[in-house]
Write a protein that binds this ligand. Structure first.
Ligand code: XLS
Ligand code: NI
Ligand code: NI
Length: 432
């Protein structure tokens, strides 16, 4: 037991709770569409925002004072004790971390790796003692100054080497902890100015890097999914993994579209000029929907502010796409979300997650009800019904000349039909 969360009870589901410290909607054992709610949502707490981020913004530094802040192994263990305490209070089934979140950087690559291995064993013991599982591990290839010009895409081959070696250690760690996935987010894999950038080289380096990751996964027998996380920009001006469509084209180019899936983040979708549900639906249609980072941005300020989600309709439309795609397999709902820098108290950290879990639970229930009701899917099916006719399918195997002859022979004069958007929006609104 650590002091930090002393006096905070373990949260439980209580629909009519009057106290703040309860779930009103997240009921892990409730069965929805034949699956327990916990197994649908597969919540994960992220280590970086909750335990490593000091509360800074571009105009000011640290606001949080945490007893585990510091660059020693003792600090790292205290951080782990506190983190696992929070996982227990929330009852989350998973967590996620970067190497840099959990261990101090050593004086050499070898020492840094030893620190990571030591904390990995510390985690393993806690996980065996009933702690949550690992949804994914990842390498932080963007904070240290050595990565300022990129990791895999760096103009310096020694930095590529350092990044590759670091990813190897993080994959080993993730494998040791039986992670369900391994994530690559290319925070610095992009450019600041085209004036000093060789796009062709950088993309080729990135493709080779990802191929090596996939090869190593098979070599060590890691059974989890390799996930790439799209983001259009920030910290770089332009990031190569811009959005789902861009990532898919990249994967295809390097023959990796059957090996790698995507970890789609709400805030990143918005930064790319899309909606979250657009990115999810597109990934599902391409067969690369892997996992989600759940958060939201401040819609006025245009940054990746990583707020906790709080809009049930938005979340419901996202889970609707996930349910339509058959639900998560190895993926889950990782809260890539952080407190506002004025939210200083331990209670803030717990209740931010509790509220977000309830929002997701409400969204999931609404999405499941929409699917069960079936009217939306029936309307979609009716809209495309013409394509179910054998002649329509045969046309796709035909050619322009034959189609033109057929149009003439049938005297075709097709009339448009209503898309009924407002009626569908009314239908959807009944579920929130
Ligand atoms: C940053 C990303 C990052 C990844 C993991 O914007 O969302 O947190 O999820 O490296
Ligand atoms: Ni993320
Ligand atoms: Ni993000």
């Amino acid at each position: 037991m650590t002091e930090f969360f002393a006096d905070i009870p373990k949260l439980a589901y209580q629909a009519d709770a009057t106290d703040e410290f309860a779930f009103r909607h997240y009921n892990p054992d409730e069965v929805i569409l034949g699956r327990r709610m916990e197994d649908h949502l597969r919540f994960a707490v992220c280590y970086w925002h909750s335990f490593a981020w000091p509360g800074g913004d571009p105009f000011g530094g640290q606001t949080f004072k945490r007893p585990w802040f510091g660059e020693t192994m003792d600090h790292a263990r205290l951080k782990a004790d506190t983190a696992f305490e929070m996982f227990r209070i929330l009852g989350v089934p998973f967590f996620c971390f970067h190497d840099a979140d959990v261990r101090p950087e050593g004086g050499s690559f070898a020492e840094t790796t030893r620190n990571l291995e030591e904390i990995t064993e510390y985690f393993a013991a806690k996980m065996e003692a009933g702690g949550p599982k690992l949804l994914w591990g990842t390498a932080n290839l963007f904070s240290n100054r050595r990565f300022m010009a990129g990791a895999a895409t760096n103009p310096d081959p020694d930095i590529f080497a350092y990044a590759a070696a670091t990813v190897k250690t993080c994959m080993d760690t993730t494998h040791r902890l039986d992670g369900a996935n391994y994530v690559l987010w290319g925070g610095r894999e992009g450019y600041e100015t085209l004036l000093n950038t060789d796009l062709r080289r950088e993309m080729e380096q990135m493709g080779r890097f990802l191929s090596m990751v996939v090869d190593y996964k098979h070599k060590i027998g890691f059974k989890g999914t390799i996930l790439v996380e799209p983001k259009p920009q920030e910290p770089t001006k332009h990031q190569y993994d811009y959005d789902v469509a861009t990532c898919y084209g990249f994967l295809q180019r390097f023959g990796l579209e059957k090996e790698v899936k995507l970890n789609i983040e709400q805030g990143h979708a918005i930064l790319a000029g899309h909606s979250f549900e657009h990115e999810l639906a597109l990934a599902a249609s391409l067969g690369v929907l892997g996992s989600i980072d759940m958060n939201r941005n401040d819609y006025q300020c245009g940054w990746d502010t990583d707020h906790f989600p709080n809009s049930v309709p938005e979340v419901a439309l996202a889970y609707y796409e996930i349910l339509r795609a058959g639900g998560f397999t190895t993926g889950g709902t990782n809260f890539d979300a952080k407190l506002r820098r004025q939210s200083l108290d331990p209670e803030d950290l717990i209740l931010a997650h509790a509220g977000a879990m309830d929002v997701c639970a409400r969204g999931l229930k609404a999405a499941a009800a929409m699917l069960e009701d079936g009217k939306l899917e029936a309307a979609r099916a009716a809209r495309y019904a013409g394509w179910d006719r054998p002649e329509a399918q045969a046309m796709l195997a035909s050619d322009l000349e034959s189609i033109a002859a057929d149009v003439e022979a049938r005297g075709l004069d097709p009339q448009p039909v209503s898309g009924r958007q407002e009626r569908l929006e009314n239908l959807v609104n009944r579920f929130f």
